[in-house]
Design a protein around this ligand. Structure first.
Ligand code: GLN
Length: 463
């Protein structure tokens, strides 16, 4: 097939299914077909192209794309057309991957269901009465519904892995700093990472490989050569690859609080891995009992600082007060009142409170200490195991409306198994581990920092 044929097939599929699913905020057929035509012409001319050149991709609408509206699913940026490209997008273009469009998310990536989008909900292709997870819900549903073979998401506390789990796809959160954050709209900068979503471990490996690498525009970018993730996945796909691999089952991330069907699917996948020669070890990580609390202090603190830039002056929405004087303060207040949704406001308020003088040591300071303990627990755990494993989420995809039920805490608890990796900066993967009541269950793998390749080897072995 030519890239034009493949790209057209996906655009047709989007057209046929988008009304039911709602993965996209913007579809870009012209952009996609132009890239596809260019790839076809160059390939016909005998040019040596990237192996994934011509394979279409969808981008979470948190990736800044020059000339293509980028909204973060917020009214604040509803009409923003960026004047520059995120490094990840520049790399995708340079490799010749046609971009099908920008996918839906929770506003500024804050959420776990994609219901916090200011524009519309996204439905899980497995059961359209349930959410696709979040915040990268549109990216995951696009891959699951065969609207796109590959998608780019971001993961601050699980936003690639959890929607991958809910939609039966493979999602990876790379080592912090290994994929550039330049041009990724910031949520919580010390936790944010860009990651690939695909339907197979090898597809995720290929997209990850293409996006990774040092970037002088990102001060937290690692200066290290990118390993061959595709080769790592190929090794894992060979018979017997799991023999001798020590899989660490984290005590705090199984059992109580996990739905019976989820636990059963996880246990079954683990038994299969054991039958294939993996060694199962139990790991105790006491600090994980506090990881969620630390995240929900550190993350809003960074959010309150990162979102200060949406002030009605520089770019994005500008609203004016209905009455009274027009000053910098009143414009700012009117803009932020009109532009941000409830969840975003809730987190900004939490963050400014946690950072305020007099509370800083009690809240932010303590949370930073927990973060250090989590990092130490991981270091000790990786002495005993090659890879740590857990269910990716405590449930399968939830029905709609939980976000509106007025209980944000219940949803925050759903992040318990994914958040520790972000606090420690280590890589994680979610891959499908069968079904519970007809809905996909995610199997999470965690590896030490900079050992992302290990996820692809073990992931392909478990797959
Ligand atoms: N669900 C988590 C939260 O609401 C994770 C979000 C994310 O990873 N972007 O913060």
């Amino acid at each position: 097939y030519t890239s034009t044929e493949v790209t057209r097939a996906h655009l047709d599929r989007i057209e046929a299914t988008e009304e039911q699913i709602g993965s996209f905020l913007t579809v870009t057929p012209d952009v996609a077909l132009a890239t596809a035509a260019d790839v076809d012409r160059r390939r016909a001319a005998g040019e040596q192209l990237h192996p994934y050149a011509g394979v279409p991709v969808a981008l979470k609408d948190l990736v800044v794309t020059e000339g293509i509206r980028t909204t973060a699913a917020s009214k604040m940026l509803a009409d923003w057309v960026p004047p520059y490209d995120a490094t990840v997008y520049a790399k995708i273009k340079a490799a010749g991957l046609p971009v099908l469009g920008k996918t839906n998310l929770d506003e500024f990536a804050m959420g776990a269901t994609t219901e916090h989008s200011a524009f519309h909900v996204t439905r899980n292709p497995w059961n359209t009465d349930t959410v696709p997870g979040g915040s990268s819900g549109g990216a995951a549903s696009a891959a699951a519904a065969f609207q796109a073979p590959l998608s780019v998401g971001t993961d601050t506390g699980g936003s690639v892995r959890q929607p991958a789990a809910f939609t039966g796809t493979v999602g990876v959160k790379p080592t912090y700093g290994s994929v550039s954050r330049y041009g990724i709209i910031a949520m919580a900068s010390s936790l944010d990472q860009v990651g690939p979503i695909g339907r197979t471990v090898a597809d995720a490996a290929a997209l990850h490989q293409l996006m990774a690498g040092h970037d002088p525009h990102d001060s937290t970018s690692l200066r290290e050569p990118v390993p061959d993730f595709l080769a790592a996945a190929a090794v894992g796909a060979q018979d017997g690859s799991l023999r001798g691999t020590r899989l660490g089952v984290v005590k705090q991330l199984t059992g109580e609080g996990y739905a019976a069907g989820v636990q059963a699917a996880f246990d079954h996948a683990l038994a299969l891995a054991q039958a294939a020669g993996a060694e199962i070890v139990e790991i105790d990580m006491p600090s994980l009992s506090y990881a969620l609390d630390a995240y929900y202090l550190l993350m809003p603190s960074e959010v309150s600082s990162n979102l200060a830039r949406y002030d009605g002056m520089r770019f994005g929405l500008r609203a004016e007060p209905e009455s009274g004087p027009i000053t910098a303060e009143t414009v700012m207040a009117a803009t932020r009142a009109a532009g941000f949704g409830d969840e975003v406001k809730r987190r900004i308020i939490l963050g400014t409170y946690a950072l305020s003088a007099g509370y800083y040591d009690a809240y932010y300071g303590s949370a930073q200490k927990v973060r250090t303990l989590v990092q130490r627990d991981f270091a000790a755990a990786f002495e005993q195991a090659d890879v740590l494993v857990s269910p990716t989420a405590p449930t399968t995809a939830l029905p709609f409306g939980k976000e509106e039920s007025g209980d944000p805490m219940a949803l925050y608890l759903g992040d318990a198994s994914t958040i520790p990796a972000n606090l420690a900066g280590i890589p994680g993967m979610s891959l499908p581990a069968g079904l519970a009541d007809g809905m996909p269950v995610g199997f999470q793998l965690l590896a030490p920092a900079r050992e992302d390749a290990r996820l692809y080897t073990v992931g392909a072995g478990v797959e």
